[in-house]
Design a protein. Structure first.
Length: 251
């Protein structure tokens, strides 16, 4: 099975200029981890159509990518996401989605015109995502690009529902860690030998009494993770470098 690469795309100049504080990154990392996955990247983009189109094209080029996009699907002039998604992922045109039109008219009546109804103009082939708060729909493309409002109280329940459908069971991810009293260059050659199926990272930190580095090794295969981790322990023992195990976590 190919490993999904999950991305969070957070859209809004107001986040970059600190008028609002992002609440999506922390939420998405935690809920994705609960299914045994991790984010490949979290990207914050200002309300710039050219930049947004280029970002969506890049994310769509990544193998097995799944994108959770937050913000910019409203009807004000600075809401560019619907149009940019059409340009990056479709034919560049927006089409009136009959079901979205019906929902917006039922919700707003005459007040749906002239502006709110624009939220029913979506890229070709868009599927609606139910909004549990105000019933104004979000949308998805190809069951891998999910475009939601910037409001966490609306979008976060959508993410929960989407993940339940995408991942019917939690994938195990076996992780083993240690902290050693040395610099990370001790481990470089061994890290270079790790296979692609093993995630390996080092986190150095300088204390008043010298360097310490935390080595973390993880894999979908528990035996593979244990074997790789054992190589680091063997290296430390051969050099008589003190170390301590960190709690072993099955992500």
């Amino acid at each position: 099975m190919n490993e999904a690469k999950i991305f969070a795309l957070i859209i809004g100049t107001e986040i970059l200029n600190r008028r609002r504080i992002d609440k999506h990154f922390d939420f998405v990392t935690k809920i994705v981890a609960s299914y045994g996955y991790k984010l490949s990247a979290s990207i914050i983009v200002e309300d710039d159509p050219v930049l947004l189109v280029d970002t969506l094209k890049f994310l769509s080029s990544q193998p097995h990518s799944i994108v959770f996009s937050f913000g910019g699907i409203g009807s004000t002039p600075d809401d560019h996401t619907r149009r940019c998604a059409a340009i990056a992922l479709r034919d560049g045109e927006l089409y009136l989605h009959p079901e979205a039109k019906e929902i917006i008219e039922a919700k707003l009546g005459e007040d749906a015109y002239p502006h709110p109804i624009k939220m029913a103009e979506l890229p070709k082939g868009a599927k609606l995502i139910e909004n549990p708060v105000n019933n104004m729909p979000a949308f998805s493309l190809d069951d891998r690009f999910f475009f939601m409002p910037g409001f966490p109280q609306m979008s976060h329940p959508m993410v929960r529902d989407i993940l339940q459908k995408l991942f019917t069971k939690k994938e195990a991810f076996y992780r083993y860690s240690l902290t050693a009293l040395c610099k990370e260059n001790v481990f470089i050659e061994l890290m270079e030998l790790m296979p692609p199926t093993v995630e390996c990272s080092s986190l150095p930190k300088l204390y008043s009494d010298g360097w310490r580095v935390t080595i973390s090794v993880a894999s979908r295969d528990d035996e593979e993770a244990k074997n790789a981790f054992g190589l680091f322990i063997d290296l430390l023992r051969s050099k008589a470098i003190p170390y301590a195990l960190v709690d072993e976590i099955n992500d």
